[in-house]
Unconditional design. Structure first.
Length: 400
């Protein structure tokens, strides 16, 4: 073997070693560059936690109130106040006032609505409230066309009211009472607007309220279940009562009202109202007496149901007094007196909604709605939030 061949063979042996070395250097360099790049890129912030259901329901109610309020203002500016022969001004003005009050109540001080949200609600009002358009229609991308009608606004109010009451079934404590009041008032306002848009249908609904309102009252609770106190459950009835009591305990602590005492207060208010109806029956004209007779039966059922529910929640019903004091003002004007009695029962049912859950709250929601409807039947001023007492001066103002 010649010396040249030895050198050549040595160079050939070194070349693979040099190639492996270069590959290793390039790999380490690439790894270093990539690691530095990843270190310099800031990590994506974690997705914000989804708001609880109660907050979502409150925000949705606020947005809907602003949207409906904008539609009412637009309808009034377009001459909708005289769309029904010049008689629609008062109901339409009441709706705008009601929605303004509700929006302010739903607008929490620590989470005000932005002007952009208000503008969006205004822009989407016409298209979503035109005849035949569902309340959940998507807002238009351009200026909204004219087309807001009394019938469309009434339908949207009714749909919103039903949704608020549905959300109130599962929302927490105070938010549930707020949603219940808003939904109830919106349903009553929708009926008033519907009466203006179609008088025949409005008269039919008012007559139906007086004649068959009892059918809308919740059915009585099983007496066997009423005797099962949550603290000492007996059988399935006791287990159901314990589940409702556990779910309602947090709401009761939040509102400072015990479940049993709220139900006992409602039963006492119903018994007093029964006494008032019995005294008013002989002092009312025939038309009013027929409605009062049906309402009296409803209150007798509600008194029994409230007592049963109070026993389910370990309440202690007070003995029924032999009678109640009715002043001369009530006897001279029984219609106005019945309106006051009906209105006085609303806060009791609002308290029950706030501190209960499950079937007890469902019963209270139905009772609240019917009590507000009966109060309106006798001429009581409709409150923007039945069942909830608020000082308007303490509510935040809406953005311009």
């Amino acid at each position: 073997m010649t010396p040249w061949s030895v050198v050549k063979d040595a160079n050939q042996e070194d070349r693979p070693r040099m190639s492996y070395f270069r590959y290793a250097v390039f790999s380490l360099t690439a790894l270093l560059v990539l690691s530095l790049g990843f270190a310099l890129i800031p990590p994506e912030p974690p997705a914000p936690a989804e708001p609880p259901f109660s907050e979502q329901a409150r925000a949705a109610a606020l947005e809907e109130a602003l949207r409906l309020r904008s539609a009412g203002l637009e309808l009034g500016a377009a001459g909708g106040n005289v769309a029904a022969g010049g008689t629609a001004a008062a109901p339409l003005d009441q709706v705008v006032t009601l929605l303004t009050f509700q929006a302010r109540a739903l607008l929490l001080p620590d989470s005000p609505a932005s002007p952009g949200a208000t503008a969006s609600a205004t822009a989407s009002a016409s298209a979503s409230l035109s005849v035949g358009a569902p309340p959940s229609a998507a807002p238009p991308s351009s200026s909204a066309p004219a087309g807001v009608t009394m019938a469309g606004l009434a339908a949207a109010l009714a749909a919103s009211g039903q949704q608020r009451l549905k959300d109130a079934e599962t929302a927490d404590g105070s938010i549930a009472r707020l949603l219940a009041g808003a939904g109830t008032a919106q349903l009553l306002a929708a009926e008033q607007l519907g009466a203006q848009a179609s008088p025949s249908q409005g008269d039919q609904r008012q007559e139906g309220t007086a004649q068959d309102g009892t059918a809308r009252t919740p059915g009585a609770t099983d007496p066997a279940a009423a005797s099962a106190c949550p603290s000492t459950p007996a059988g399935q009835a006791g287990a159901d009562a314990s589940a409702d009591a556990d779910a309602a305990e947090a709401n009761a602590n939040e509102n400072g009202i015990s479940v049993g005492s709220a139900l006992v207060a409602a039963a006492e208010a119903e018994l007093e109202t029964v006494y008032g109806y019995q005294a008013a029956l002989t002092r009312l004209p025939p038309e009013g007496a027929r409605a009062a007779s049906n309402f009296l039966k409803q209150h007798q059922d509600l008194a029994d149901q409230a007592t049963m529910f109070s026993l389910l929640h370990c309440g202690v019903p007070a003995p029924q007094p032999p009678g109640y004091v009715l002043d001369q003002v009530f006897l001279d004007a029984p219609v106005a007196g019945l309106a006051r009695l009906e209105a006085d029962t609303l806060p009791a049912y609002g308290d029950i909604v706030a501190v209960t859950d499950g079937r007890t709250r469902a019963w209270a929601l139905s009772a609240l709605e019917e009590a507000a409807r009966r109060a309106q039947h006798w001429g009581a001023d409709p409150h923007p939030l039945p069942g909830l007492v608020l000082d308007e001066r303490q509510l935040p103002q809406l953005p311009e």
